[in-house]
Design a binder for this molecule. Structure first.
Ligand code: FMN
Length: 187
């Protein structure tokens, strides 16, 4: 099996990380690889803000927990309210927010999801661990949370499609049985 197919099949969501930081070089490699993701009409209208360091991520985590308690943003209310809830599983040293421009992307969710897919796979190929984190998309427009995003340099024109917790994995979870019956080929 070639290396790309091997990586595609071996990648797993990693939620348990060592204390080791992610190097600037690896982080840039991952974000620059994501630039090669396809986007509808080649808009490339996405932006990734990578937040580094447990302190900064803890501040963002508090903003996420607070926003999820506000009226109109209750989708993750119970989950975010638990003491153990943490967007980076309390350990991942990098947290990446991926957003797409509401005006310039004609397929916002699709463009953003592919970018995140590239980030997850690039991280895996470097021996790192990563996991998609979903809870920030629904609070993108909560005013106080938007202030937090502004403070991180996340563009006001963008909405969050998803996020990635990134770090050095403790171990790679085994590949679970995958369904292989969800396609048909017509000749
Ligand atoms: C759209 C999407 C949202 C996800 N959100 C979360 C999340 O918020 N938290 C989490 O721990 N995993 C999240 N995941 C990871 C999935 O749980 C994971 O991909 C799935 O269980 C399959 O496991 P694998 O990635 O190891 O193959 C998300 C995955 C996708 C594609």
């Amino acid at each position: 099996m070639n290396e790309v197919l091997k990586a595609l099949k071996e990648r797993r969501s990693v939620r348990d990380f060592t204390d080791e930081d992610v190097s600037e070089e690896d982080l840039k490699t991952i974000l620059e690889t994501a630039a090669y993701a396809p986007t509808a009409r080649n808009s490339q209208a996405w932006h990734a803000t990578a937040v580094r360091g447990l302190d900064k991520i803890a501040v963002l985590n508090e903003a996420v927990k607070k926003a999820n308690q506000k009226p109109g943003y209750e989708r993750y209310k119970e989950l975010a309210a638990t003491a153990s809830y943490s967007i980076n599983f309390r350990q991942a040293p990098v947290f990446i927010l991926v957003g797409v421009d509401r005006e310039k992307s004609v397929c916002q969710s699709e463009d953003g999801a592919l970018v995140i897919g590239y980030i997850l796979l690039a991280a895996h190929s470097l021996g790192l661990g990563a996991c998609w984190i979903n809870q920030l998309g629904v609070i993108t427009d909560e005013p106080e949370f938007r202030e937090s995003l502004n403070g991180l340099g996340f563009p006001p024109s963008h909405r969050i499609i998803g996020c990635v917790a990134l770090g050095h994995r403790k171990k790679l979870p085994p590949v679970p049985t995958r369904r292989l019956d969800h396609y048909n080929i017509v000749a």
